[in-house]
Design a protein around this ligand. Structure first.
Ligand SMILES: *[C@@H]1O[C@H](CO)[C@@H](O)[C@H](O)[C@H]1NC(C)=O
Ligand SMILES: *[C@@H]1O[C@H](CO)[C@@H](O)[C@H](O)[C@H]1NC(C)=O
Ligand SMILES: *[C@@H]1O[C@H](CO)[C@@H](O)[C@H](O)[C@H]1NC(C)=O
Length: 348
């Protein structure tokens, strides 16, 4: 009997522990490290999508890790501290896609004292006038993966499901699948692009606002204009691009948790949205920074033609590493343009 009770007690305590360890809260140890680091802020937050783009930054001579506390791990993310030129930085890798990018950026801006966020990486290119290796800095970003998929038979003058209460809209437009069939009509009908529902810190909690195009910070964008004469490498080993890559301010970029390797959709994104950079994270970073009132800008090097190249290969295989390195070089140069630690750049 006594042994039985002890057994029950052990099982209860064990389950108790398991439940406690399933908690995602910030431990006191981690919290004290965060507070300690925040006393040394504010930092410039740097957000990289994947290892492919993070590693060249960590390997760069420009990055000097903070010696006494080079990183803090939390929620499956590593927040690395160091300096790039005269800026104190905290660097985080998001992982693939919109959810990862949103979560990592929200953690970054909520946990650390920041003066701004820089996001960089590689992207697909939807603009025939630009080349692989070119580095783009779009003025606006949109999430192009929030859709209202219209029922078959309805046309452009029919209200969408849940349009009346303001959940969905026809203002942004649609993609019509039947335009892309070769022959008869198409049961997939249309998807209508939707703005994101947002809850900015400056608004009322739980009262939604809507945004589709998220503008990058004007002062960062003005600084970025100084990057347009940057010289970048043209060859990977013996494979060379037709001309040296350039840095260019472009109109728009779009993101969705969709890898675009499709010529027809690439052409659509260009003609519908004037998109240049097509990728999977930037709009999530933009949406978080916008809602948290944190200035941000995105630097994305074009690594492939999003399906517009030859159907033999996706160009990222050859020029992906050059594009990733170009995005890091331009990022580092941009950081060097920022006013020294502590001071704020002039807002417009
Ligand atoms: C449409 O189909 C025809 C016949 O199958 C084919 O020859 C043509 O290349 C197709 N066009 C496109 C744009 O795929
Ligand atoms: C370029 O050369 C290096 C060293 O030989 C090699 O490791 C790398 O894979 C090459 N890159 C490409 C894209 O061929
Ligand atoms: C599209 O973007 C280019 C710059 O990339 C800009 O010059 C042009 O005005 C934009 N067009 C529209 C219709 O917004």
């Amino acid at each position: 009997m006594g042994y039985f009770l002890i057994g029950v007690l052990v099982v209860v305590l064990f389950i108790g522990n398991v439940i406690e360890e399933a908690n995602g809260e910030i431990s006191p140890t981690v919290l004290s490290k965060i507070e300690w680091m925040n006393k040394r802020g504010p930092y410039l937050g740097i957000v990289a999508p994947n290892n492919f783009e993070l590693n060249p930054l960590l390997a760069s001579q420009a990055y000097v890790p903070y010696p006494s506390l080079p990183f803090i791990d939390f929620a499956g993310r590593r927040f690395r501290f160091g300096k790039i030129s005269n800026q104190r930085v905290v660097i985080v890798m998001t992982g693939l896609g919109m959810v990862n990018a949103g979560v990592a950026t929200q953690l970054l801006v909520s946990l650390f004292r920041l003066k701004g966020v820089l996001h960089y990486g590689i992207a697909g290119n939807a603009d025939v006038n630009l080349e692989i290796g070119d580095v783009t800095i779009p003025k606006y970003w949109a999430h192009s993966g929030l859709w209202n998929w219209q029922r078959y038979g309805d046309g452009i003058d029919d209200e969408l499901a849940l349009e009346a209460p303001g959940d969905y809209t026809r203002d942004i437009g649609y993609l019509q699948f039947s335009k892309y069939t070769n022959g008869s009509d198409n049961l997939l009908n249309r998807v209508w692009y939707q703005p994101e529902e947002i809850f900015p810190v400056t608004g009322t909690p739980e009262v939604r606002e809507h945004i589709f195009w998220v503008p990058v910070d004007k002062s960062y964008l003005n600084l970025a204009r100084q990057l347009e004469d940057t010289k970048l490498p043209q060859c990977v080993n013996t494979t060379c691009l037709p001309r040296p890559p350039k840095v260019t301010i472009v109109d728009r970029g779009v993101s969705a948790s969709v890898f675009v390797d499709n010529a027809a959709y690439r052409t659509f994104l260009r003609s519908k949205f004037n998109a240049t950079a097509v990728e999977m994270e930037s709009a999530a970073v933009a949406l978080i920074c916008h809602q948290q009132s944190i200035p941000f800008v995105v630097i994305r090097a074009l690594s492939d033609l999003a399906g517009g190249g030859s159907d033999m290969s996706n160009e990222a295989d050859i020029f992906g590493s050059l594009a990733a390195q170009n995005s890091v070089d331009v990022l580092v140069k941009f950081v060097g343009l920022l006013p020294p630690y502590g001071s704020k750049i002039q807002s417009e």
